[in-house]
Each structure stands twice: as C-alpha cells, then as structure tokens.
Design a protein around this ligand. Structure first.
Ligand code: AMP
Length: 280
C-alpha cells in the first residue's frame, strides 16, 4: 500500500496502472476509519483492480470551525485498517493541494435536494462536499466510486454532481454497517457512553418499525408515533418520510419508486443520523 500526498504523483501512479488496463475504484473518506468505511473499501477491491482511498478532512464542508478542529485524525491507525484492501492512500496535507491557491467553490443546482434535511441543518455542507469530491474525481478519474447509504442525501447529490460535471465514474451506494445492537457505525459513536450507545439502538428499532408498518397508518400518524418512540431517549431533530429520489415530503397518493425514513438527533450532545430506504 502506497501513501501519496501530492495530486501530481497520484496521477502518475494511476496513469501507470491504467496503461496496464487496470480499473480504478475510489473511496473518499475523512479518516477516523471504522468497519463502515472498511466495508466500502472491501467492495471496491472486489469490483476493481486498484483501490484508492482518500483521507482528507475537508474544511469547506464544516459549518462549525470547532467541529473541524475537533475532528479525529488517526492516520496511522487508518493505514492499519486499510492494509490488504487498499492500494493507494491519498492524504493531501493541505487544502491547497486539493483546491489550489484560491479556494473557489462552484455553485451547483441540485433541484432542491441539497436544501432539505441535512442541507437545512448544516448550511454550506453539501456545497463543500460536492466541490471536494468533484476535485478528487478530476485527479483520480475512477471507474467506480463508493459511497455509504448512511449519508443517503450525499449519495444522491454526488450522483447529480457527476452528471452536472460530466465525470465518467459510476457511483455505487453501499449498505449501512451497524453495531451488533443496530446503531449505525460512525466515528462519533466513540464519544458516547456505553449506556448511550445501548439506548441509541432505539433509532434502528424505530426505522424498522416504520418500514414494516407504514401501510397501516397515514404518514403523519406513523411519523408522530415514531418520534414518540425515540423522544425521551434522544432529542429528535427530524424524523421524516421523504420521496427517495427527490427527498421532498410525500404528498397524499403520490406515485413513487420508494421512500426514505430518515432521522437526525442528539444523545449526550452527539449528533447521530440514520435512515432506511423502503422500495415499493
Ligand atoms: P466520512 O469519512 O464520514 O466522510 O465517510 C466516508 C464514507 O463512508 C461515506 O461514503 C460514508 O457514507 C461512509 N460510511 C460512514 N459510515 C458508514 C457506515 N456505518 N456504513 C456504511 N458506510 C458508511
């Protein structure tokens, strides 16, 4: 496994692989890796000859400077977790290496998909995310790129960005990896007490309840019921049923391929998100 800090060097190495007919898979991350990230890397290795993992804490997608400063940086441990599944780790040491001297961000028209849910609670987050991922696609030109469905809205927006910027990569959405009790894996889980981790299993329990029993209720009714199941254990920021393609609220008798039940909320001051996709 090779550790590379410079975009130019990365392009050289990847061109060499490409000239030998190798396919390239890409997994962007911000480091502090756990089994959720590793599952993406394993899927990339199954599908592609060469796997590139980027580790870059992208400043432009943080709306809170303190959050950016607090973000865990654990390169050595990350490298140990990646060994055996990853060929190249791209670890730009400065934002300039990714953005160039002037950090000019592009505005995307995402048809409103970036304005709701996480977009509402984390202003600027998706603009920063889309810009950095597009920069990585320019440098790496991956055949396939792997994104976790835990960040479902991000997955939809990356697919839109790929169309708008005419990248050639195919986006693969990867299932959410969970703790044994159902809690979606996240580097933020480390900040929870054992009791809170236990209690947070109510999120998956409630999402499962929604996916099993939605047909027995009106949306408002089941939404209220689900919120009730969680409130008291976590502080709910949102728990909503949304159209799985547009992320807009579902209208009565709306025709759709599927819906998303999505959650964001706090326990012990740690913000957790989770979702479940129900295909119709
Ligand atoms: P991050 O480092 O948080 O930006 O995440 C990098 C990638 O890992 C994103 O595509 C996430 O959606 C994905 N990811 C994070 N946690 C999980 C998980 N528990 N299961 C599946 N994918 C995940």
């Amino acid at each position: 496994m090779e550790l590379i800090n410079k975009s130019i060097k990365l392009q050289e190495v990847l061109n060499e692989y490409r000239s030998k007919g190798k396919t390239i898979g890409f997994v962007p991350t911000m480091g502090a890796l756990h089994s959720g990230h590793v599952s993406l890397v394993k899927q990339a290795k199954e599908k592609c000859d060469v796997v590139v993992v980027s580790i870059f804490v992208n400043p432009t997608q943080f709306n809170d400077v303190k959050d950016l400063e607090k973000y865990p940086r654990t390169l050595e441990r990350d490298m140990v977790l990646l060994e055996g599944f990853c060929d190249v780790v791209f670890f730009p040491e400065t934002p300039e290496e990714v953005y160039g001297k002037e950090m000019i961000l592009k505005d995307y028209d995402f048809d409103g998909v970036d304005k709701v849910l996480e977009g509402e609670f984390r202003p600027g987050h998706f603009k920063g995310m889309a810009n950095v991922v597009s920069k990585f696609f320019d440098v790496i030109e991956p055949d396939f790129s792997f994104f976790g469905l835990k960040d479902y809205q991000q997955y939809l927006l990356v697919k839109k960005m790929v169309k708008l910027d005419k990248h050639k990569t195919q986006i693969i959405g990867c299932d959410i990896i969970r703790e044994p009790n159902g809690l979606a894996m996240s580097s933020r889980n480390e900040r929870l007490s054992a009791d809170a981790r236990d209690a947070a299993s109510v999120i998956k329990y409630t999402l499962d309840y929604c996916s099993k029993y939605y047909a027995y209720f009106d949306i408002e009714e089941i939404q209220a019921k689900a919120k009730n199941m969680i409130e008291g254990i976590l502080e709910v920021e949102y728990l909503e049923f949304r159209n799985a393609n547009t992320l807009q609220l579902i209208k009565e008798d709306e025709e759709m391929d599927g819906f998303l039940v999505c959650f964001a909320g706090y326990i012990e001051d740690v913000r957790l998100i989770d979702n479940i996709v129900v295909t119709l």
